[in-house]
Design a protein around this ligand. Structure first.
Ligand code: PMP
Length: 408
């Protein structure tokens, strides 16, 4: 039995008091975007009321304070994933981070004859940038296949990888199936066979598991702030220092140049700052720093253990619903995908909303997974640190009613 302050945590997330269609909100869509605790919400208002100014360029007090705050968050994020401050780049999302890598590293260090490996389980954000790059560079993109139980067929990796593999880019946790990929095993297979770079899409992984980029020995680890209880429009690209130093900036303009002349190429400042051209989302970054602080006060391990127990309860409860089909492996983290008989996921989601239950429906930006399971879409319920047993019970009761309604 774990001691976990669920009531205190729930009281820190004001939106959980909302009523939807006269029912208490049952928020089971945190994998799409998580709700925010007071400390995150309040820190942004406080910043605008008392401290706001443009960063990096000013000599005055407010500008210096703002810059210091941003750099403090960089250090906090670095500590959170066991990186160094120079390895943390602020971006706006996971999508932007992957596009940055594809456009900066990909365009400059990948050549005709090389190949890239991803998997059939990826979010579109970790497919499309590589498809575009492959077409542009005329290189081959390989996919580690999915298996019927929703895990990856890792045995195929050693067959796909060769000395021309430049990148292996893979998700930490599947945003559809909740599958946790065995990163240590995957990375060790890859490293044995080639000097490929390893990129981890941590959009879902960072939320549920302790991440130590040094232990993992990945080259890049990317995630979005809004899924980890921070503001939207924030994200992190971790990259090994030597790698970032070699990579040119992708988005260029103000804030990142050492010199600009009208006759010569611009010269840039050092990483990570050279990747942060333009005015950043300072209040968002400060909010993200507070989200990490909030997680740290509870402990990511405690959150993981709590969510793990709750997931077991959710699976046992949902399995009792007539005609339910669950997708994914028996060990899921934070996410459970299902369908109810032949009914379309949109109908189920819309009817559940009548009872205040918020789930995700459709293809979840992972159409290849839908094609693999031969369905147009799935329902997805996802857990967060504030989800409780009552949420799961309300989902189950809602599904029983929906099942009944749809079969009338
Ligand atoms: N990868 C995964 C695994 C995700 O779950 C998501 C968000 N659903 C993304 C990438 C893209 O994240 P964002 O929309 O914040 O860029």
């Amino acid at each position: 039995m774990i001691i976990y302050p669920i009531e205190k945590i729930r009281s820190d997330f004001p939106i959980l008091n909302r009523m939807i269609n006269k029912y208490p909100l049952t928020y089971l869509d945190s994998a799409a975007s998580a709700q925010k605790p007071n400390i995150v919400i309040d820190s942004q208002t406080h910043y605008y009321r008392n401290e706001y100014a443009a960063v990096h360029r000013g000599i005055h007090t407010l500008s210096t304070e703002s810059t210091n705050q941003m750099e403090t968050v960089r250090l906090r994020i670095a500590n959170f994933i066991n990186a160094s401050k120079e390895e943390i780049v602020f971006v706006k999302s996971t999508t932007e981070a992957i596009n940055l890598i594809a456009n900066s590293w990909g365009h400059n260090f990948i050549n005709y004859g090389d190949n890239i490996i991803i998997s059939e389980m990826e979010h579109h954000a970790n497919i499309v940038p590589w498809q575009v790059l492959s077409k542009h560079k005329k290189i081959v993109l390989h996919y580690i296949p999915l298996t019927p139980n929703g895990t990856l067929d890792i045995s195929r990796l050693s067959k796909l990888i060769n000395h021309r593999t430049r990148l292996l880019s893979i998700s930490h946790i599947s945003n559809v199936l909740g599958t946790i990929n065995p990163l240590t095993e995957i990375i060790s297979i890859a490293r044995k066979k080639s000097d490929t770079l390893i990129l981890i899409d941590g959009a879902q992984g960072i939320v549920h598991q302790l991440v130590d980029v040094q232990k993992l020995d990945c080259d890049f680890y990317v995630f979005s702030g809004h899924k980890i209880y921070g503001p939207s429009g924030t994200g992190i690209m971790y990259g090994k220092k030597e790698l970032l130093q070699k990579m040119p900036p992708w988005i260029v303009g103000g804030g990142i140049v050492r010199n600009v002349s009208l006759i010569q190429d611009a010269t840039f400042i050092d990483s990570p700052w050279k990747f942060e051209s333009g005015s950043p989302n300072i209040s968002g970054i400060i909010g993200l720093g507070n989200a990490i602080e909030y997680i740290n006060t509870i402990g990511i391990d405690k959150i993981y253990n709590y969510e793990d127990q709750l997931m077991r309860y959710a699976v046992d409860t949902l399995k009792k619903i007539p005609n339910i089909v669950l997708y994914g492996p028996s060990t899921r983290v934070g996410i459970i995908a299902f369908n109810l008989g032949i009914h379309h996921s949109y109908d189920i989601g819309m009817l559940l909303n009548q009872y205040g239950v918020a789930i995700r429906t459709g293809h979840h930006c992972a159409i290849p997974i839908m094609n693999y399971f031969k369905v147009p879409g799935m329902c997805r319920a996802s857990l967060a640190m504030y989800t409780n047993k009552e949420d799961i019970d309300r989902l189950a009761h809602g599904l029983i009613k929906v099942e009944h309604l749809l079969n009338q």
